[in-house]
Design a protein around this ligand. Structure first.
Ligand SMILES: CC(C)(COP(=O)(O)OP(=O)(O)OC[C@H]1O[C@@H](n2cnc3c(N)ncnc32)[C@H](O)[C@@H]1OP(=O)(O)O)[C@@H](O)C(=O)NCCC(=O)NCCS
Length: 119
């Protein structure tokens, strides 16, 4: 985890007067300096209310408006249909299947590459 204000853009997600989740974009290194990876999490009691996709849309806007990052991606597990759907709702495009991209609980798991580009 970095404290560099030009590398990590992290926000609490507030709704219904409560903290319901968190979201961040981390700048990549080297030739990928102008790419950011997004991660997000919503507490289970608040799923399927549009908070994840809304937060994703807002952080994309913030990062594109306030930094020189031009590409933001997310890599959900392929089976995580809710995350894939939330990303599509937030304007991300499915770019491809990352076969056996993770090793989780003793199993190789496919992931999906979603990204949004600053036009
Ligand atoms: C992924 C996550 C952030 C989504 O947040 P959210 O606030 O529930 O997302 P939204 O409500 O904006 O959108 C969810 C969409 O997925 C749909 N959905 C939910 N479960 C689904 C399923 N099993 N199959 C298909 N679609 C599903 C919802 O119906 C909704 O789409 P709709 O509005 O068209 O009906 C949340 O589920 C979460 O935190 N999960 C655990 C952590 C995680 O997976 N993080 C992402 C890692 S990449």
């Amino acid at each position: 985890m970095t404290r560099d204000k030009n590398k990590l853009f992290a926000f609490a997600i507030e709704a219904e007067g409560r903290l319901v989740g968190s979201i961040s974009v981390s700048r990549m290194d080297n030739v990928h300096l102008r790419t950011g990876e997004m991660g997000y999490y919503i507490g289970q009691n608040y799923w399927n209310k549009g908070y994840g996709s809304s937060a994703a849309r807002q952080i994309v806007q913030y990062v594109f408006d306030n930094t020189d990052i031009v590409r933001i991606f997310a890599e959900p597990y392929a089976y995580n249909s809710a995350s894939c759907r939330a990303l599509e709702k937030a304007g991300f495009t499915f770019e491809g299947l990352l076969r056996k991209n993770a090793f989780k609980n003793g199993k190789l798991v496919d992931m999906k590459m979603y990204a949004v580009i600053k036009e």
